[in-house]
Ligand binder design. Structure first.
Ligand SMILES: [Zn+2]
Length: 317
């Protein structure tokens, strides 16, 4: 089977490897799609000290069961599944434990069943414990932000405010249910949000962009005793500009990251049911499909975000 191996900066190579050997309770999955994750870009841009290269990345996988290991009971050959995996996703095949596989409905395209971001946003929104009627601001409405938006909408927020720097993302946010949109490049975010919330700030802010700027905005627009949810992935150093202010405002600070496997798998199961029941529109978010041979290009697109780009997915055939 063919696999993309990351040797160093901008250097994926496609090599042929033996078929994975199945352990107990494992299935062989013929991978059909693997989403390119924002969290992988920095590993591809430069060699990260402490990380071993060559490395096998790719963790947003869906595919078809092609072989059944010992003591497996849940799936049969040909079943379409989404998987929670921790790498090796940019390949034609992968061995996956039964508990980490989730059945896809037949009419769901493989590139829509990239489960990990759906699981993460599901768990983040659950942890934020949105209440009916809450006002919610989303700071950074790229791919993850638009997934969060759809879930916050399902929970009955009274007002959803999308903040981003790309107008085309804000147009899409509006189509997906945002009540107000703000371009932070040319609008005063704090002033506009205070206007929309009777001068108090929002009940819940989601910091999604993973930047110092988005973190700073979140603190400026959350109401006293409101929830400040740090969802963004922050690979670099970040600082709280004024802890005294955070303190005085009595923010309920929520770290929406998860490491416990049972929580992750629970979020995966809920995320899968939302995808299967079409409560989440993934079709509008997958803008670029590239073959395994073009994986470097898929990463370039994710880094450069050209006009119209939201998410790229590597497809195997
Ligand atoms: Zn991911």
């Amino acid at each position: 089977m063919r696999s993309a191996i990351l040797y160093g900066p901008h250097d994926f190579r496609i090599e042929t490897l033996p078929e994975p050997v199945l352990a107990e309770k494992e299935y062989l999955v013929n991978i059909k799609a693997c989403g390119v994750c924002h969290s992988e870009i920095h590993q591809w841009e430069s060699k990260i000290p402490g990380l071993e290269y060559p490395r096998f990345i790719g963790h947003e996988v869906s595919g078809e069961i092609s072989k059944i290991g010992k003591d497996c009971a849940k799936f049969k050959i040909g079943d379409r599944v989404a998987a929670w995996v921790e790498g090796k996703g940019y390949a034609e095949q992968i061995a996956v434990k039964e508990e980490r596989l989730f059945l896809m409905k037949h009419d769901l395209p493989f590139e829509h069943a990239i489960l990990e971001p759906v699981a993460c946003t599901t768990n983040g929104v659950i942890k934020a414990n949105i209440q009916l009627g809450d006002t919610v601001a989303l700071i950074g409405t790229g791919f993850m932000g638009l997934l969060i938006l759809q879930k916050v909408k399902l929970l009955g927020a009274s007002k959803i405010i999308a903040v981003d720097v790309r107008d085309e993302m804000l147009v899409l946010a509006k189509q997906m249910g945002a009540d107000e949109v703000i371009n932070s490049n040319n609008q005063d975010v704090k002033k506009t949000i205070l206007q929309h919330t009777g001068d108090s700030g929002v009940d819940v802010s989601f910091e999604i962009g993973g930047l110092q700027a988005t973190l700073d905005i979140a603190a400026e627009i959350t109401r006293m005793e409101g929830k400040l949810v740090i969802f963004g992935y922050h690979p670099g150093k970040r600082v709280i500009n004024d802890l005294g202010y955070w303190n005085w405002m009595a923010f309920d600070i929520i770290n929406a990251h998860f490491r416990d496997m049972s929580t992750i798998l629970k979020g995966s199961a809920i995320g899968m049911s939302l995808l299967n029941s079409k409560k989440i529109n993934m079709g509008s978010l997958i803008t670029h499909k590239l073959k395994l041979d073009s994986i470097n290009e898929a990463f370039e697109l994710s880094r450069d975000k050209p006009n119209g780009f939201i998410k790229s997915v590597v497809v195997m055939d």
